[in-house]
Structures are given as C-alpha cells and as structure tokens.
Ligand binder design. Sequence first.
Ligand code: DUC
Ligand code: ZN
Ligand code: ZN
Length: 462
Amino acid sequence: MLDMIIKNGTVVTAESTFRADIGVKDEKIALIAAPGTIQEKAAKEIDAAGRYVMPGLIEPHMHVAAPFGGTIDVLDFYSASKCGAFGGVTSFMDFSTTVRGMSVMQAVKERLDEMSHAALDYSVHAKFVEANSKVIGEVKELIDFGVPTFKMFTTYPGVMIEDTDILRIMDEARRCGGLCGFHAESNPIAEFTREKLAAEGKLDWKYFNEAKPNACEAEAVQRILTFAEYLDAPVYFYHLSTKEAVEMVRHAQARGVKVQAETCGHYLTLTKEKNDSPDGINFLMSPPLRTDEDRMALWGALNDGTLSLVTSDNEAFTREQKESFLDRDENGNLIVDFRKPVNGTPGIEERFGLLMNAVNNGTITLNKLVEVGSTNPARVFGCYPQKGCLEVGSDADIVVVDPEKVMPLTAENMHYGLDYSLYEDVTSKGWPVVTIRRGEVLVEDGKFLGKESTGRFLARRL
Ligand code: DUC
Ligand code: ZN
Ligand code: ZN
C-alpha cells in the first residue's frame, strides 16, 4: 500500500517534461510510472490532470528571525514555512548569527535550534566574521557536521570580514571541501558614496541606488574572484544584481575559476525607478535595484548558465518598522533619509510567480524554472538528489501547479502579514495548488496544513 499517488499530471524536471504518475511511500518517491499503470492502492490520491508536477522549490537564501540593523524581521521559522509552502517551497536555508569571539559551530547549532520550529526541511550556512585559529579549526568540523557552505560579507561593519581573513577561510574551505559564499559589495565605495550624497543633501529614496552603484558590486566581485583564482578555491556569490558582475563571473568561469552565482527575483523583475516614489522605502534592499539593462543581463546569464540559481533573499519588515528609523519634522512628517531604514524585502512566496511569468512570456522554459528554483539549489548546496529532483528514492518533495490559476502577488494574497508587496501590480498565471514535503501535504485547497516542528535538519555534503 502506497501513502500517496499523484496521477495524470505532467511531470516537469530540470531536464524533461513527461506524463507520469508518482507513488509515494515512507516519505520518499517510490515509483514513477506511465499514467494509469500503478496497480498498488494508496491512502491518498491527488488528481493532477491538467497540472504540472514539479520537485519542491528550495530557498537557499533568506533571513528569518534575523537581528539586522537594530531590528528584527517579522517572520519566525514556522510562519516563514507557511509563506514558503504557498509559494511551492519545501526546504529552506538561513544563516548563522555569528558574532566576533563566538564559536561558529555554536552559532550554527543555536540557529538550527531556532529553525527546528519549521514545517519545511531546513539547513543553515555558517557565517564567518573573523578567522582566528579556533574558527579556522571549525571549518572541517562544520563540513563533517553537514554544514559545508559558508557566508562572508565584504560590507556592513559588524559582520564584515577582513580580506586577509577571507583568504584564510577560503584556503581552509578549499582544503576541506567547503564552499565560501559572499555578499559582495565594496564597503569603501558604499561609505564614500553615501557620505558624498549626504553632503550634497541627496537623501531621497532614489539616492539609495546611487549610493551603491554598479561599481560597488563589481569591485567586490572582482576582488573575490581574484582570491578564488589565486587559491584555486570554489566560490559562490549571493544576489548578483549587475551586468558588470555577471560579465566578470562569465569570464572567470571561462578561465576555469570555480565560481557559481545566484540572482534574486527582484533584480530580475524590478528596476530602480521603484525607489523614486513615495513608496520607495518599501524597495530598499542590498544590493539595490538596478536598470533595465542590468535586469536583462541577469536573464541572459540565467539562460546561458552563468548564473545558476534564483533566490529571494527574503527579509520581511513592516513599513512601520522601516519608518521607525526616520526622524520627523515639527509637523510630524517623516524626514526622508535613504541611509536610515533597515534594508530587506519579502520574496520567498512570490519567487514562484515571478519565474512563472517569465515562463509565460517566453523568457525561460518551465524546465529552467525547476532548474534555478530547485535542482541547482540542491546541487550547489549539497543536498542533491535527496532534494531538487523527482527520482525514485528522493524525498517526496512535490509541488502540483495549476497553470491556469491566477494569483495577484498582492500583500493581501501573500502570507507575511505585511501591509505592502513589492509586486502589488504583478499577477502570476500559474500557481502551486498542492505542496508536499516528504510525503506530507503542507498546502491544499488554499489552506496551510503544515505542523510546527515537523521540518527536519538537512545534513549536506558537497
Ligand atoms: N540584504 C538585504 O537587503 N537585507 C538583508 C541582508 C542583505 O544582504
Ligand atoms: Zn546579502
Ligand atoms: Zn541575504
């Protein structure tokens, strides 16, 4: 007896599209067979006629319950599971909240403890903020523990790590089989430009973009690529946003540098004009939104494989929270100052819709959607083929998508509990209607059925 059959659907993987029925038993995919040929009975049947059946999406870049800029975002790992599951996500990864003087392993374990409230399967990237001998010694320990992917920041005093320490960690990660990932923005360019704009009285939201020009990303990406090439170490870039960075990564890959990189849904679909409005405060994220030329370069890079993942960099703050950083004039009006509000935007739920729209307008194929949203996150971060595919023996993480279901990506329809959406004017045609994590239905008939603390730690190996 099977636990579940999903029948009559069109299976979509990163490589192919075909009609098949899928049988699930003991949390795994037990059978993939021609339609109507599975003889075994099942405790639950899902009729996926006219629908796509895909591997569950993986969100490897989000910040949940993450203290940042003197505040904390609105989600916890259970509410983030709900937002994710509605958007077809079945596994997610966050970052350790490492501070100086702290054991990275301890930071990872504390974070995993918080993440254990999730209904999605979860993992964490280890954040390094320094490289003393104790921390260097933890690199192998983390890899053996199932956390082989690391994050470092080249900006944000407090978490920013010095270049020499980056080299030390990169070298040890290379030796032990880990992967260093980077938030790559030039701190000197960001600080210098911010001060210059402020001295000229340029503090409107639109100057947020100018304060971190394309060169800000490009300088840091080039520096990290030089380090990677020098050490022959693999590297990963989070949230690339510029045509310059994409071009550098493309050339580095052609030279044999082991570099992989992502972009995010917002850089693919929004441009900096969004900041030039009274609602500009809602669109403050780092790196900032760019031009249409950058946006098109990112799609091109996804299609030629230079970029291999699309993530959300989800970090959800209310508008009130963002505005609380601003001063008021004598009449009580907010004094706009792009330097002050916390940066970060929601997106884990909308990611599917942004990619689906790109499928519908012919920018990417449906297989590409699966590749950049599920299969490559699993491959790059070391949990393939347990996750990221529909294969016999893989975890039964499955999304059933109704290609006709229309979903306006408004604040009202999303599940963050926020009073705004970056995509108030965007509607997805095609939306997940059933989300299944290890054989357990998390979303069906528009309801979230996931139970708190049912997610499982995903030990990963590269
Ligand atoms: N960028 C943001 O906008 N917020 C959180 C962290 C980051 O890198
Ligand atoms: Zn970042
Ligand atoms: Zn981030």
